[in-house]
Design a protein around this ligand. Structure first.
Ligand SMILES: *Cc1c(COP(=O)(O)O)cnc(C)c1O
Length: 374
């Protein structure tokens, strides 16, 4: 059996070990927030935003952000049908109704034209999720948001390193959220970040994140409103500080792996990889192949070849409208969110993978593609 190729795996250097060890030894009592504050400051600088609040997960950051916007029962929240459930669950927990919209065939992200068709007087928020590090059409979405007075927010969990017209993903919407789960480009084990340039929204989320204790309150243990508990720990933040110091290196490696896949597979007919349209740069969190229907290559066929070669790959997200809790909420038209996952697969792309690993992955794809064309 050939050695296993994982699909993701964090890059942990001596720096991470050193910071976490220091936090474990000294980061308590009066110093219990030191790494958290450092982490937030470093992330703010990286992203070029005014405010950042580190959280225990991206889902928690999203939950607080939507709550701070006042999202609740009777409100509709628009997002792409192609998504991980984490992007929609917080809205549902707040009592809002999700409205799923089809994706663009090219970007695999929310189709802005269809967003406009889905707007009703109850629409409160548009969630722009930059799927696999690909970019949503932010100009169009922000313009729609402005025209209808609807908040556009960014789930940039998969889009560290992605840029739209020189602006970083997560920095353009009313707020942005990030994930530092172990599979993401940078990790804290579990963790997330809420970012915004809006002073008032920042204050609200800060209070919510601290069990509803507002900044001005001088009484101890006195919550002024019902909040949440989605804080990150100092230990995780220590890991985050090291990863943020290495963020350019981590992103560059993702892009380099993507570039090799593009060089090897990009010319194959009927096969598409993550697009990078004019004016964008992607962080390439998850290199993904999509086969044209005409090739007849299904996800199952490619995955079984990968299994036979001891390569770990992943399925493209199933449409949310097909999950049991959202049965029947199928987007109005298009059908891309149902069709694309059946002929798409995420390829391995971890920091320390070797050229030989990438070669093995490409070899499997090329062989199957060659057979399909015969
Ligand atoms: C990973 C991910 C999340 C969830 O992140 P957690 O930190 O696990 O809560 C949310 N949205 C997207 C787009 C993700 O990829």
């Amino acid at each position: 059996m050939k050695p296993r190729i994982q699909y993701t795996q964090p890059s942990i250097s001596e720096l991470e070990v050193q910071y976490v060890t220091d936090a474990a030894r000294h980061g308590w009592g009066p110093r219990c927030y030191e790494y958290i504050e450092r982490f937030e400051a470093a992330f703010r600088r990286h992203l070029g935003v005014k405010h950042a609040i580190a959280t225990s997960s991206c889902t928690g950051a999203m939950h607080m952000g939507l709550a701070a916007l006042g999202v609740g029962p009777g409100d509709e929240v628009i997002l792409a049908d192609t998504n991980w459930i984490a992007s929609v669950a917080p809205a549902v927990h707040l009592g809002a109704t999700p409205v799923f919209v089809d994706i663009c065939q090219e970007s695999w992200c929310l189709d802005a034209a269809r967003v406009e068709e889905a707007i009703t007087p109850r629409t409160r928020v548009i969630i722009a999720v930059h799927l696999y590090g690909n970019l949503c059409a932010m100009d169009e979405l922000l313009a729609i948001g402005k025209r209808y007075g609807i908040a556009v927010i960014e789930d940039a969990a998969e889009a560290i390193g992605s840029e739209w017209q020189g602006q970083r993903a997560g920095s353009m919407g009313r707020f942005g959220v990030f994930s530092f789960h172990g599979t993401k480009t940078m990790t804290t084990g579990e963790g997330g970040m809420f970012v915004t340039n809006d002073d008032e929204l920042f204050e609200r989320v800060l209070s919510l994140s601290n069990h509803g204790r507002v900044k001005e309150q001088t009484r101890q243990f006195w919550p002024d409103l019902l909040g949440f508990k989605y804080k990150i720990s100092n230990l995780q933040a220590a890991l985050g500080c090291a990863q943020t110091e290495r963020i350019d290196e981590l992103i560059e490696r993702k892009r380099a792996i993507m570039a090799v896949y593009r060089e090897r597979l990009g010319h194959l007919s009927g096969l598409s990889l993550n697009p990078q349209p004019e004016g964008t740069r992607i962080g390439a969190w998850m290199p993904t192949v999509v086969f044209d229907t005409a090739l007849g290559i299904t996800r199952e066929r490619l995955l079984s070849r990968f299994v036979a070669d001891n390569i770990d790959a992943r399925v493209f997200f199933y449409p949310l409208s097909g999950l049991p809790m959202f049965q029947g909420r199928v987007p109005a038209a298009g059908g891309h969110s149902a069709s694309i996952p059946e002929r798409a697969v995420n390829l391995p792309s971890f920091h320390d993978m070797t050229d030989a690993d990438i070669d093995r992955v490409c070899g499997v794809v090329e062989a199957l593609h060659g057979e399909a064309r015969r």
